[in-house]
Design a protein around this ligand. Structure first.
Ligand SMILES: [Zn+2]
Ligand SMILES: [Zn+2]
Ligand SMILES: [Zn+2]
Ligand SMILES: [Zn+2]
Length: 240
C-alpha cells in the first residue's frame, strides 16, 4: 500500500464524511460535537482533563483514529484499545516512547538504570497538547503508530469508558491485482512463494491458481494497519 489519496472517514457527532486532514480540522469546530460536549458537561461529578488524540499508522498514514481519552485513564488502557481495534494477533509486546522513557510491559520499576516504565500511568501525568508519541506493537514484525496529542479540554467525558471513538478511516482502496476492484484478501502463496502482487477480490480468488492450503486459507484484508502482518485477520472492531 503506497501513499495514495487520503482515506476518508466520518464524524461520529454529525455524520459528515470527509478526507483525513479535513476531519482533523472539522472536529475542532463541529457544532454537533460542541453540543454533545455541553450535554456531557451537565453530568454530575468533577471536571477532568480529556485529551483529543489522533492515532495514525506511521507507514502509509491511511489508517487513523480520532479518540477522546480521559486524563485519569492509563497508557495501558490506550494500549488495550489499540490492540482491540487494530493490532492484536498473538500477544506481542508493545511500547510508547516518551523520552527519556519507554512505557512497556517489561520494566524494572526503577530498580536499575533501564528506561523502561510500566504503562500503568495516567495519561494526564504525561500528555500535553502538541506531543507526538511513537508507539510500536511487536518488536519483530513491528506495527508502528504515532499518537498525536491534538488538544485537551476540561469537562466531562462522553462515556464512562476510558476512550471514546470520534472517527476512523474507512477501508483504504486496495485494488485486486486482476481486475482493480476492491480486494478482500491476500493470497499467501503469492505473498510468500512468488513475492509478487497478492491482493484479490472474492471473484478472482475463486478462479485463482493457488489454494493457500498450507497456510489454512488466504488472509482477509481488514481495516487496520496490521492487515497482512503476522497472520493478523481482524476483526479490527472497536472494543466498546
Ligand atoms: Zn461533526
Ligand atoms: Zn503476531
Ligand atoms: Zn478481481
Ligand atoms: Zn496466489
Amino acid at each position: 500500500m503506497s501513499r495514495r489519496k487520503q482515506t476518508r472517514g466520518s464524524c461520529v457527532f454529525c455524520g459528515r464524511e470527509m478526507a483525513k486532514s479535513g476531519l482533523t480540522r472539522h472536529l475542532q469546530s463541529c457544532e454537533a460535537r460542541a453540543a454533545s460536549q455541553a450535554e456531557a458537561n451537565q453530568q454530575r461529578g468533577r471536571n477532568q482533563q480529556i485529551f483529543h488524540l489522533q492515532v495514525v499508522d506511521a507507514y502509509s498514514g491511511s489508517f487513523w483514529l480520532h479518540l477522546e481519552m480521559k486524563g485519569s485513564a492509563t497508557l495501558e488502557e490506550l494500549d488495550g484499545y489499540l490492540r482491540a481495534i487494530w493490532l492484536e494477533c498473538c500477544g506481542h509486546l508493545s511500547a510508547f516512547t516518551i523520552p527519556p522513557y519507554r512505557f512497556t510491559q517489561i520494566f524494572n520499576d526503577g530498580f536499575s538504570i533501564g528506561d523502561e516504565k510500566s504503562m500503568n500511568v495516567q495519561v494526564q501525568k504525561i500528555f500535553t497538547p502538541g506531543m507526538t508519541i511513537p508507539y510500536e506493537y511487536d518488536f519483530g514484525t513491528t506495527s508502528e503508530l504515532v499518537i498525536n496529542v491534538l488538544d485537551v479540554r476540561e469537562g466531562k467525558p462522553h462515556t464512562k469508558r476510558p476512550i471514546f471513538l470520534m472517527a476512523r478511516n474507512e477501508m483504504p482502496q486496495i485494488p485486486c491485482m486482476v481486475c482493480g476492484e476492491q480486494a478482500t484478501l491476500i493470497c499467501l502463496d503469492c505473498l510468500y512463494e512468488v513475492d509478487g502482487p497478492c491482493e484479490l477480490c472474492d471473484a478472482h480468488w475463486e478462479t485463482h491458481e493457488h489454494d493457500n492450503e498450507q497456510y489454512g486459507g488466504p488472509m482477509p484484508l481488514v481495516n487496520s494497519p496490521r492487515t497482512g502482518m503476522c497472520g493478523y485477520a481482524g476483526p479490527a472492531e472497536p472494543p466498546y
